[in-house]
Design a protein around this ligand. Structure first.
Ligand code: SF4
Ligand code: SF4
Length: 332
């Protein structure tokens, strides 16, 4: 191990700990994902995520956009989980793009000041196979659910990377037990059968995809499975035996009960710095209508709110179709 690499790794370890990160590892690209991504896209399992059809080579080798790239440092940040009928746990509190991004920028800056060279933060900015990079670094593994499992925490982690022009000694040779074994709990618990047998998700069946990724309204057979959720689904996370339960305390939901009561009057300002910020009111209205329609305890104002949304979207055939569906379900 070169002296420089040793010093950088020591500082990474110290900085990761002081920033409250739960794991880190170093790998060298390329990552062996091109074949399986192509097959996933060919089968149409990426749904309407058109961007996944592009940059497949770049995902497997980020050197395409970072010429001097020598090493990729992967980091994991855990989030607390808890039962919440409307929001997946990761959506509570500040959007992780801010919290993890801020931590990695601090680390990259300190490393660059101390050692020179380039340290570049790549949290959701560039197409990079981040789970494959983290798995190659032996920080953990990709579970059957497609979620990355950090053994000390579980599948409830965000991943981020710092790309560097320094050639670092990798952590790729760690020899710990890293796989799901015979467990199939996530596959068995998925309400829509979205988990495929090759550690991938058919997003056309995934509730997370429909609530957080696309603007279109989901088909009826999918809507019926919402069971009151508004944003994200984490059934496959909550059943994982590697999940170290760390119950959420005092974390703000992006929308309160009062917000749901007054849903039609909400504006962009209500979603600031939450995961909902990048979504349109139209998209959130779709989520709201399905969530309330399939919830066992929908808010008292839902009928009135539905009437208001009906006036608001009277020229939008997709929204009108889903409003009619909701009215039928409520026997109106
Ligand atoms: S997020 Fe929900 S719908 Fe999607 S794969 Fe996991 S359990 Fe299935
Ligand atoms: S629930 Fe079981 S099969 Fe699924 S990711 Fe966790 S350990 Fe792997």
């Amino acid at each position: 191990m070169s002296l420089m690499s040793k010093s950088i790794l020591k500082m990474i370890s110290e900085l990761a700990e002081s920033e409250g990160l739960d794991g880190w590892g170093v790998s060298t690209p390329p990552y062996d994902v091109e074949g399986f991504l192509e097959s996933w896209v060919r089968k149409g399992r990426h749904g309407k995520l058109k961007y996944m059809e592009n940059n497949i080579s770049t995902r497997s080798n980020p050197s395409f956009f970072f010429n001097d790239l020598q090493s990729v440092i992967s980091f994991a940040l855990s989030y607390s989980v808890g039962e919440n009928s409307k929001f997946a746990s990761y959506a509570l509190g500040t959007d992780y793009h801010y919290s993890l991004g801020e931590k990695l920028h601090k680390i990259a800056q300190t490393l660059e000041q101390s050692f020179g060279g380039k340290f570049f933060v790549a949290v959701d900015i560039f197409p990079i196979a981040e789970r494959a990079a983290a798995a190659k670094s032996k920080m953990g593994w990709i579970g059957k659910s497609g979620n990355f499992i950090l053994p000390s925490v579980g599948p409830n982690v965000f991943l981020g990377e710092i790309l560097t022009s320094h050639k670092l000694d990798t952590t790729e040779n760690k020899s710990e037990f890293m796989n799901c074994g015979d467990c199939t709990l996530c596959i068995d618990s998925c309400p829509t059968g979205a988990i495929c047998d090759d550690q991938t998700i058919d997003v056309r069946k995934c509730l997370s995809y429909y609530t957080t990724e696309i603007r279109e309204v989901p088909p009826e057979n999918i809507r019926d499975k919402y069971d009151g959720i508004f944003w994200g689904c984490e059934k496959c996370v909550l059943v994982c035996p590697y999940l170290h339960k760390n119950i959420i305390q005092n974390k703000k939901t992006p929308l309160s009960d009062d917000d749901f009561e007054n849903f039609p009057s909400l504006t962009k300002g209500n979603f600031k710095k939450t995961v909902l910020e990048r979504m349109s009111k139209r998209k959130l209205s779709i989520n709201y209508i399905i969530s309330e329609t399939t919830s066992s305890d929908n808010t008292t104002s839902f009928t009135n709110n539905l009437n208001t949304l009906k006036k608001l979207y009277m020229d939008d055939p997709e929204l009108m179709e889903i409003i009619t569906w909701a009215e039928k379900k409520h026997g109106q």
